[in-house]
Every structure is written in C-alpha cells, then in structure tokens.
Ligand binder design. Structure first.
Ligand code: BTN
Length: 259
C-alpha cells in the first residue's frame, strides 16, 4: 500500500499534453528510458495519435480532439511480474469508478475493455518494464471515447462515448485528471499486491458474468457462462457442465445478436 495520495495540482504539473504523437505509450516508454527519472504519475495526453496501439497488436483509431488518449507511469514497489494482472484490475476499477458516477451500466469486459450498455467506450493497454522478477515500471495507456457523437456504420452498433450515454460533453484534460486522481486514490488505499481483494472487486464488474452467452473457442462457437477471473488472470467459464479457464488467445466473445 502506498501512503501518499496525489493532489490534483501534482497530477496537473506532471501532465504533458501533446498536439500529435504516434502513441502516448511509446512516447512515455521513451521518456522513462531517459537518464533523468520521471516521477510516478507522469502522464502524456495526446490530442491526436497517429499510430495508437490496441491490445493483441491491434490499432487504436480514434477521432482526434474528441476522445481521451493518454498514458501514465507507475512504479510499483516489489510487485512480481507474475502479479502483473493486479495492475490491470486496479486500472479497470478506477475507470469503472469514474464512469459509474455518471452512467449506471458500466462493465469491464475481461481483461480490460470498458463497456457501457453492451458497447465499448474504452480500452487499456499496459506495458510493463521488468527488473529481474519484479515490475520496475508500468506504462498504462488508456483510450476513452468521450465526446465523439457518431461512429462509422461498421462499429456504430458496438461503440459508444460518454457524451452519447450522458448527453453531456466533457473537457478532455479535466477528464484525464479525474481518472488519474481516481486511480491514485485507489492505489494509495489498496495494496496492489493484494490479488484477492482486487479480484473480489474486479469480479463484481465483469461483463456477461453469470449470463449464458456465445464464445469462440478453437474456431468453434460455444455456449458458456462467465463465473470469474482466476488469480492468475484467466477467464473461468462454466461450459458443458464443467469449469474451464482461458487465456486471451484462447477465447473471443461473440457479440449478442440483438445489438
Ligand atoms: C484496446 O482496447 O485494444 C486498448 C486500447 C488502448 C488505447 C490507448 S490510447 C492511449 C494509449 N496509447 C496507445 O497507443 N494505446 C493506448
């Protein structure tokens, strides 16, 4: 547990806003590799990312100036690489907590997609740098659709934005600071090495938990029910009368047909 919370002033002073960058994750990783140390909470926000990165090698393409794209630095103390998923859980908890202040139906689609009413509103890409067996630094990249009003026809049924859900536009830099503040409040009050506590809270927020739904497994469509995420970060489902757990490469969600 860290015993310092970060004031908004501290977070603002350590936020760098760039008009354009390839990827805020890449920019921050480069910054952290410089000789001059960057403080915990150093954040890079971009108005426009030209090569935004998503999970599993995908691209993160988002409307410039409308949505939030930022990355921040975390230096966990004595956190083994085997507990890397704890950082993912804490980030999801923070984004959920922030969004849930204005929207009811916020869920976390394992491992890190943020959903509102069955539509994706944001995603997270975490890149860890190791020292021996521990995580030396973590670059936490967050993309949230904030003010985008319209999405292209191909994704309109599966993407949303905060403004679309609430009817209210938001100032991007303030929203970024709000999320950082929410994250560091949680980071100060919960031990990031406490897997059990984080899992307990994270599992409460799981998208499609305890609901029968369709998944693709080894190229086959299967019906299953998500029960929980395990302490090594696998998704556990009840399927064909037994419990089976999957890593990210082994399972994909098939969207409900009624969207
Ligand atoms: C996903 O859902 O696939 C993860 C998306 C993560 C996007 C964010 S935007 C800020 C940061 N910089 C990047 O290049 N990616 C992350």
């Amino acid at each position: 547990m860290q015993n310092n919370t970060f004031s908004r002033l501290y977070l603002r002073q350590n936020l760098i806003v760039l008009d354009q960058v390839t990827s805020t994750n890449d920019y921050l990783k480069q910054l952290l590799s410089n000789i001059t140390p960057s403080p915990q909470g150093t954040a890079i926000m971009a108005i426009h990312q030209t090569q935004g990165k998503g999970q599993r090698g995908s691209q993160w393409i988002t409307q410039a100036g409308k949505n939030l794209t930022f990355s921040f630095a975390l230096f966990p103390q004595n956190l083994p690489a085997t507990a890397a998923f704890n950082i993912n859980m804490m980030v999801s908890l923070a984004i959920h907590k922030y969004l849930h202040k204005s929207v009811e139906q916020v869920k976390v689609k394992w491992p890190n997609d943020i959903y509102i009413n069955n539509k994706k509103v944001g995603g997270v890409l975490i890149e860890n740098q190791l020292s021996g067996r521990n995580i030396k630094s973590s670059v936490i990249g967050i993309g949230i659709n904030v003010n985008q009003a319209n999405f292209s026809e191909d994704i309109n049924h599966k993407a949303t934005s905060l403004a679309r859900e609430t009817g209210l536009p938001r100032e991007l830099q303030d929203t970024c600071l709000d999320i950082l503040e929410t994250f560091f409040d949680i980071y100060a009050s919960v031990n990031v090495a406490d897997t059990d506590l984080l899992l307990q809270q994270y599992n409460e927020l799981l998208y499609q938990k305890d609901m029968e739904a369709q998944y693709e497994i080894q190229g086959q469509r299967k019906t299953g029910t998500i029960r929980r995420v395990t302490d090594n970060g696998l998704l556990l489902l009840e399927m064909d009368g037994e419990e089976r757990s999957f890593d990210l490469k082994e399972i994909s969600f098939i969207p409900p047909t009624n969207l």
